[in-house]
Design a protein around this ligand. Structure first.
Ligand SMILES: Cc1cc2nc3c(=O)[nH]c(=O)nc-3n(C[C@H](O)[C@H](O)[C@H](O)COP(=O)(O)O)c2cc1C
Length: 274
């Protein structure tokens, strides 16, 4: 916050310390996440005024920290030795991609339904998922996962559970089922977030795959009870994991037709408000 207030986060700092204590005593905790939590809380207690509320919480935090210097000790295996705390915008790397180049990528990505039978390398899918994960999400909860099928027969079978694949399902080589995790948002008012967050990540995923020479087609997942049940049974999904969409992935059949997709002009899409 600019300027920084002398006291902040009182509504949730106690709950945060409760969670921190649980995480710090859990052997299976993700070290990167623990480092992030530790770095942020160290910064918080450095700047926060000492009061009857914050002082005992600072004490609990220091006790829960397993090592005096978590950066070097607990976090030997963490991916980065930098502090995981807010940093100034000027520290962001220079951008080499131009608007024109990015626009070319956007124009090039078209829903593709005809693929070569060449298998899609798992490494490419994983790299694209890593890139997808940098998408924004509400409260950074990243409430999604990607179920990947690289066996054409199974991919085709799963793709048939959706309704929009007739005519090309037998051509699908690999399939990703984008799954939203409702357990990430306990409040009913936030139930739509899984769809927004997954979609933002899915777009990044498709563009990343495009840069690797892989084509994609997003496939609608219908909100129909028996289809939900069939997908749950096929993927062994608990109720709180909801299919959001499917994405067919493959090397494009270079002779395969791509429907022309007319886009709305900016004059219709955009309206400047007074
Ligand atoms: C959420 C979503 C669901 C879609 N479902 C299907 C589908 O079931 N079958 C299909 O052939 N294409 C599907 N598409 C692809 C659209 O038809 C395609 O994005 C649209 O025609 C625009 O073409 P473009 O992606 O090449 O720009 C879907 C796209 C989105 C974003």
């Amino acid at each position: 916050m600019k300027p920084r207030r002398p006291i902040f986060a009182l509504n949730y700092i106690e709950e945060t310390i409760d969670c921190y204590e649980t995480a710090a005593s859990n052997e299976n905790v993700c070290l990167d996440e623990l480092k992030w939590a530790t770095d942020v809380l160290v910064s918080y207690f450095e700047v926060i005024e000492s009061t009857s509320i914050t002082a005992p919480l600072r004490f609990r935090f220091n006790k829960a920290r397993k090592y005096e210097k978590p950066k070097e000790d607990i976090l030997d295996n963490a991916s980065d030795t930098e502090n995981f705390i807010p940093y100034p915008s000027k520290d962001l790397p220079d951008l080499e991609v131009t608007t024109e180049e990015l626009s070319k990528l956007y124009m090039r990505r078209r829903s593709t339904r005809w693929f070569e039978s060449r298998p899609v390398p798992s490494d490419s899918l994983l790299r694209a998922i890593e890139m997808a994960s940098t998408a924004p999400s509400a409260c950074n909860r990243q409430p999604y996962s990607f179920k990947i099928c690289t066996h054409p027969e199974t991919a085709q079978k799963i793709s048939k559970l959706a309704m929009g694949t007739s005519g090309f399902s037998d051509n699908i080589q690999s399939l990703i089922v984008v799954v939203g995790d409702l357990s990430a948002y306990p409040l009913e008012r936030d139930r739509h977030c899984i769809y927004i967050d997954s979609s933002l990540a899915s777009m990044q995923l498709m563009l990343a795959l495009e840069t690797m020479g892989l084509a994609t087609c997003p496939i609608n997942w219908p909100d129909i009870e028996e289809r939900e049940q069939a997908m749950q049974d096929t993927l062994n999904l608990p109720k709180y994991l909801r299919p959001v969409m499917l994405i067919a992935v493959g090397y494009p059949d270079l002779e395969g037709g791509i429907p022309y997709s007319q886009k709305k002009p900016k004059e219709i899409l955009a309206e400047f408000l007074n």
